[in-house]
Design a protein around this ligand. Structure first.
Ligand SMILES: C[S@@+](CC[C@H](N)C(=O)[O-])C[C@H]1O[C@@H](n2cnc3c(N)ncnc32)[C@H](O)[C@@H]1O
Length: 280
């Protein structure tokens, strides 16, 4: 994956972003960060994955891909503008190349994911560029796209120990009291029906998976904010609660690697009121 050192546009060419690189990097890239973050979230590259950002500019998407793929990940950013490529940060962690699509300096199947944000409209032969991006994109590694086994084991561990303190049915009843529609709305059809009933039109449903890495302690703090945990804490009192938390951490040490992957699966429902305006 050697970088191509050829500068595809001669210095001083008005077609290049070179002459506006500072403004692009300081103003536009910052403004685009949320959008490029969304793009990478949609792609959801795996931890340790290899991601290529084509037409990376100052590297907004590359930066998001770097945090998505973690310490073991590999991110490459290519752009014809040498001056923009120099603004990509962090430069020591992202592989940089000055190149155009088509003409990318990568072997086939070098990446798990390829992104190109606000780029295709610039490319004279977009078909050739897309074909090349598809070629650079392969499936590397053997991690399944969504793997929540570690978290499931952690949760089973938590439940096993909690059940030594209070009956699991009592925790179910408590959770149902504060989350009466938890099960119901896990079915997308019911979510759509509820919004239809409320008069929301053109409802679109989208599922997304958000990955993160967590330590045992951080995971426990977050699970302990849930309804079952609040009920348990209230029922057993502060001393038993402290012992319970210590017990969970001790058992996790033997059952779950650290850090481990968490996958939050979300369902978004978006619609409109069909043009009705708020009164007053
Ligand atoms: C609007 S900027 C987008 C930069 C960045 N992806 C972002 O979202 O902020 C378009 C980028 O495409 C690059 N570009 C133009 N023609 C290209 C080509 N044929 N291949 C790859 N990149 C190209 C430009 O140098 C520029 O950095």
């Amino acid at each position: 994956m050697a970088p191509d050192t050829a500068v595809p546009q001669p210095p001083g060419d008005w077609r290049s972003y070179d002459s506006v690189a500072d403004a692009y990097a300081d103003v536009v890239t910052l403004r685009n960060a949320i959008m490029t973050g969304d793009l990478v979230a949609l792609v959801a590259p795996r931890f340790g994955g290899h991601v290529l950002d084509v037409g990376a500019g100052a590297g907004a998407a590359a930066k998001a891909a770097l945090s998505a793929t973690g310490r073991e990940g590999l991110v490459a950013a290519v752009d014809p503008s040498f001056v923009l490529v120099r603004r990509v940060e962090p430069r020591d962690r992202i592989k940089l190349a000055v190149a155009v699509a088509a003409g990318l300096p990568f072997r086939p199947a070098s990446f798990d994911a390829v992104v190109a944000s606000l780029v295709l409209n610039h490319v004279p032969d977009y078909r050739a560029a897309l074909a090349e991006m598809v070629t650079a994109w392969g499936v590397l590694g053997d991690a399944p796209p969504v793997d929540d086994r570690a978290e499931q084991t952690a949760y089973e561990t938590w439940m096993d120990i909690a059940s030594e303190h209070v009956p699991p049915e009592a925790m179910d009843t408590a959770a149902h009291e504060v989350l009466p529609w938890e099960e119901w709305f896990s079915d997308p059809a019911r979510l759509r029906a509820a919004l239809d009933e409320a008069g929301v039109q053109h409802v679109e449903l989208t599922g997304r998976a958000y990955r993160s890495m967590t330590s045992h302690k951080e995971w426990l703090s977050s699970v302990n904010t849930g309804a079952k945990a609040r009920y348990l804490r209230d029922t057993i009192g502060p001393d038993a609660w402290t012992r319970f938390c210590d017990q969970v951490l001790e058992r996790l040490h033997h059952t779950v690697p650290q850090p481990f992957d968490r996958v939050a699966q979300m369902l978004f429902a978006v619609g409109s009121t069909g043009g009705r305006r708020r009164r007053g």
